[in-house]
Design a binder for this molecule. Sequence first.
Ligand code: G6P
Ligand code: MG
Length: 483
Amino acid sequence: MISRRTKIVATLGPASSSPEVLEKMIVAGLDVARLNFSHGAPDEHRARAQLVRDIAAKHGRFVALLGDLQGPKIRIAKFTNKRIELAEGDSFRFSVTHPRDAGTQEVVGIDYPDLVKDCSVGDELLLDDGRVVMRVDSATADELHCTVLIGGPLSDNKGINRRGGGLTAPALTAKDKADIKLAAEMDLDYLAVSFPRDAADMELARRLRDEAGSSAWLIAKIERAEAVADDEALDGLIRASDGVMVARGDLGVEIGDAELVGIQKKIILHARRNNKIVITATQMMESMIQNPMPTRAEVSDVANAVLDYTDAVMLSAESAAGEYPIEAIKAMARVCVGAEKHPTSIKSGHRLGQSFERSDESTALAAMYTANHFPGVKAIISLTESGYTPLIMSRIRSSVPIFAFSPHRETQARVAMFRGVQTIPFDPAALPADKVSQSAVDELLKRNIVNVGDWVILTKGDTYHGTGGTNTMKILRVGDSLS
Ligand code: G6P
Ligand code: MG
């Protein structure tokens, strides 16, 4: 049994699509495979998803699949010669009418009709994730005239952000809508929405997901300055989602790297208080694209997210296109386990002083309070339909493992994202009611997770079907005859 609690998401790409590499990644601890819809054809994603499911099944592992929508990233068009070199002080223009494939040293086209409307004189524009910076000096009806503040190379289709945010393209493009259908067809477990501005963007994604017949949980990528402008905006977006991703690439560019660490901590805290999942992402072990070892700073960064109590840490280019995808997973796993030993990750003040809203929530949190204060408790069994009961449990800091007992494939995969939760396939409805507790505890005994004399907590509802019904917590002693 794996003792690591923090989960590992890794992006699949050319470096991680062969069965051999993928198998080693899964054995090394991959919990969630991310399919990046910004790159690759539908057939490539289908093949990767199938491979992940086959290999996971072969090893008795439960690996979730996350599809990440490309979203409306605003990009410049192309240059006649693919790339230019800008120096500090140069003049440069962005034009909504300039031919799309004929950028020059002075001007480039841009596919964003509202550019002039959304920018004002004095604004700073960041290109290529902030590597090139310009200031807006003046505007015409279809062009922005700028001065280069930080120069460097600029090539075809690089992204553009405004410092402070506010470039407001709608969150779901035609390609995203097609990819939501693809995600439904592939039965993906999670769907990440890029650049949502507010709850309405997530509600639209949810409607399209439902129409497509998918049950994927929706992750809002927090990557616009507007999303973190105040608590109301952030909490609105969190509540409209099943989970969030601290998407540090674009967010860092818009709000500045200095603010990012504090904002990361806030997003993680707010997500957990709202009973939602949180993933910390982007450039976590960036140097491992070329090196077999992370830097001390990267180790610190991953450990910091673990101490903040993120559900998952994520690999991007490290696993998709780097030279050391397997080593990157091993390094993350090692760092997570090390950071989890820190005593601050055992005690919790989670929601002390707050009220609960639901009976299942109250039962789940009562179970955790007991588990954290009764040292004899070695495991928690949560009978669950959707994963919701163990999700609430796992919002609290604890060192007691939580086991999601569920008969459903979707739920078994989904909980692979939850911190401290593992799944055991189990169908209480197939058993006589007075045999459920005994059979559930026997599953843990069989796997050597508990021993005779240990205590176990079990939660369930009055019926064995339907989500939201958890209303019972039992404290059971392993070895007693249970009913
Ligand atoms: C299973 C149990 C029920 C419980 C339910 C909770 O179906 O057998 O007794 O009420 O899970 O499911 P949830 O999705 O709310 O965690
Ligand atoms: Mg992004």
